[in-house]
Structures are given as structure tokens and as C-alpha cells.
Design a protein around this ligand. Structure first.
Ligand code: LMR
Length: 331
């Protein structure tokens, strides 16, 4: 009898130890992305990891997978929705399958600079867009900047006519396709990880990037000219699934929300710094010439590309476009 009681007691102890161990397993957040660590997004992801591990030790663990090592941009959304990763920072150009309104950010020559982008994103309409995919189980946590996009090719692009007949790699975006068609060029959607090879082998002849992505991917080795058009932006929405986020213990979610704010500030500061630094590194590498446009030359690109807006105005919403435009003067 005593033996049996002892066995039961030991069993109960073992079960309770197992229960405690299970209860103490940290929540794992896999953060997958497609660029290098020395980019605004790469730095933002590492800061997020650092702050989580300082403030929620043993309770939340963050694993960062840069450079498409876990999922490329063609698979990251599916992985997020299946719960295989918990956070991604996806380019705003890559949401059209989930919401048409975010296509706003791809309209060429919409924002004068990153300051205007920031004012719009932090304003009521920008904040509303973060919640525009809730019905699809997607929660926007923040916007992260990268920067203004520049055109590149192996021929100097000074006038829009110079782009005629070229084939440009684009992110999967109907607006970006129309933008290149508007200057008589072709556009080929392609995942980020293959862009270098596609340019090297001539599958495409040109592309558009902020300096940070251009240098991170060593595109200066395969593009002789960058034209400083600042014609559009490449920014990100930091997203998770509503199921994951709402299912977190409230105290952890509150702490993570604060950390997101800090990691966002860091990513955004890095965006400014790294784009300037990488522009200089492109110059130093001497393989690519940077073409600076006069205001008149830049206007010629704007005049050719801006008619694209009319094709998307109804799906994006004229009011939203107006609000974005207003951020250009909201100093
Ligand atoms: C691209 O595909 O060019 C970008 O979206 C990559 C990135 O995430 O910055």
C-alpha cells in the first residue's frame, strides 16, 4: 500500500515538473525577411530581437532569418498565415492580393520625400491602413522606412525616352508595372533574391531600389548607371497575424507593443543613415555612375509616369490619394 502511494506521489511530482517546464517554454517569434542585416529592415529586426530578449527574458524568444534564408518574398505571406513565422516586414508594394488600398504607396511621384511619407503613415489614414487587412487575419503593427527609389540600368537614363524598350525588374505590383509601361518599358515581377542574377544574365536590364537595397544586393556590380529620380518609395509594413497577436498573454502583448515602437524608431533612423552611407559606397565602388537630374529633367519623368494614378484612383480611393498628397505640405 505504502509502495503504491509512493509511486503515485512520484508520478504526480513528475507530472507537475513536466507541467511547469511546459508552462515555462518561451513563446518563439520567428521573424523572416529577404534583405541583408546591414539594411534598415535587417537592423530593425535585430533591434526587435535585442529588446525582446532584454525585457522578456525566458518568456519570448526571437529568431531572425535574414536574406530569404527561411522564406523568400513569394512564400513569406503564406508562411505567416500558416503560423510558420510570426512577424514579417513586407514591402508595401506586395500587398495587392490582400488589399487594394495599400497600392497607394506605389503611385509614382506621390510623396516628395520620406518626411512626407512619415507624416502620412503616422496620420489617421495611414494608421487606418495598418488595420485594413484584419478580416484576412493580418495585423499591421507599424510602418518601417527604407527609402526613396532610384532607377538603374546599363544605359544612362536621363530622359524617360531612354527607358524605352528596356525590361525592368519590379516587385509584384500592378502599379509598378503600369509605371514602367508609361515610359515605354516592360516590367517583369520577380522575387528579390534572384534580382542580381537576372541583371547579370540580362534576363532584365534595369530595376528600381533605394540605395540601401541596391548596395546590399551588390547591384552596382551589374548596373552601370543609377538615375536619382526619387520617383517612389520602398517602405514596409511590419505585420503579424491577428490570431497570434490577440492570443498573446496581455502583459506580453503590451510589452511587445512598446518594443515595436522602439524598434521602429531605430529602423527609421537607420533607414536615413544607411541610404546615405550606401549611396557613398556606390560612388566609392566606382562601377556605377550616379546621374543627378535637374528639376526640369525630373519633371519630365513625373509627367510621363503620373498619368498612371488615374488607372488606380477608383480602387485606391481618391480621398486617400488626396490625404497622401496633403502630407507633402504638412511641415
Ligand atoms: C524588393 O523586392 O525589391 C523589396 O521588397 C525587398 C525588400 O524587402 O526590401
Amino acid at each position: 500500500m505504502l509502495k503504491r502511494l509512493c509511486k503515485t506521489f512520484i508520478c504526480l511530482l513528475a507530472l507537475s515538473a513536466l507541467g511547469t517546464a511546459l508552462a515555462e517554454e518561451p513563446i518563439v517569434i520567428k521573424f523572416s525577411h529577404v534583405v541583408g542585416e546591414q539594411t534598415p529592415k535587417g537592423q530593425g529586426a535585430l533591434m526587435f530581437k535585442k529588446l525582446v530578449e532584454e525585457r522578456l527574458p525566458g518568456r519570448v524568444k526571437v529568431e531572425v532569418y535574414p536574406n530569404s534564408t527561411l522564406y523568400g518574398d513569394d512564400k513569406e505571406m503564406e508562411a505567416l498565415l500558416l503560423g510558420d513565422v510570426q512577424i514579417i516586414a513586407r514591402s508595401l508594394a506586395k500587398f495587392e492580393q490582400y488589399t487594394k488600398t495599400v497600392q497607394l504607396f506605389d503611385l509614382p511621384f506621390l510623396f516628395d520625400d520620406i518626411g512626407a511619407v512619415d507624416r502620412f503613415q503616422q496620420g489617421p489614414e495611414g494608421q487606418k491602413l495598418l488595420k485594413s487587412m484584419e478580416s484576412k487575419n493580418i495585423t499591421g503593427l507599424a510602418y518601417w522606412h527604407n527609402g526613396m527609389k532610384q532607377l538603374s540600368a546599363n544605359r544612362p537614363l536621363r530622359k524617360p525616352e531612354d527607358a524605352r524598350g528596356l525590361n525592368f525588374r519590379i516587385q509584384t505590383s500592378a502599379v509598378l508595372e503600369e509605371q514602367f509601361n508609361a515610359v515605354g518599358a516592360k516590367a517583369q515581377p520577380m522575387i528579390f533574391s534572384v534580382v542580381y542574377q537576372a541583371l547579370r544574365t540580362g534576363v532584365v536590364n534595369g530595376t528600381e531600389n533605394p540605395y540601401s537595397n541596391f548596395y546590399d544586393q551588390k547591384l552596382n556590380e551589374v548596373q552601370k548607371y543609377v538615375t536619382e529620380t526619387n520617383h517612389g518609395i520602398l517602405d514596409y509594413m511590419l505585420i503579424t497575424t491577428s490570431d497570434f497577436w490577440n492570443g498573446l498573454p496581455p502583459d506580453i502583448r503590451t510589452e511587445l507593443e512598446k518594443i515595436v515602437v522602439e524598434a521602429t524608431a531605430h529602423a527609421n533612423n537607420e533607414a536615413l543613415r544607411l541610404n546615405q552611407k550606401d549611396r557613398q559606397l556606390v560612388l566609392d565602388a566606382k562601377s556605377t555612375e550616379i546621374i543627378e537630374l535637374t528639376p526640369e529633367e525630373r519633371n519630365a519623368w513625373r509627367d510621363q509616369m503620373k498619368p498612371v494614378w488615374a488607372k488606380f484612383e477608383q480602387v485606391i480611393g481618391p480621398e486617400l490619394i488626396k490625404a497622401a498628397q496633403a502630407s507633402n505640405t504638412g511641415q
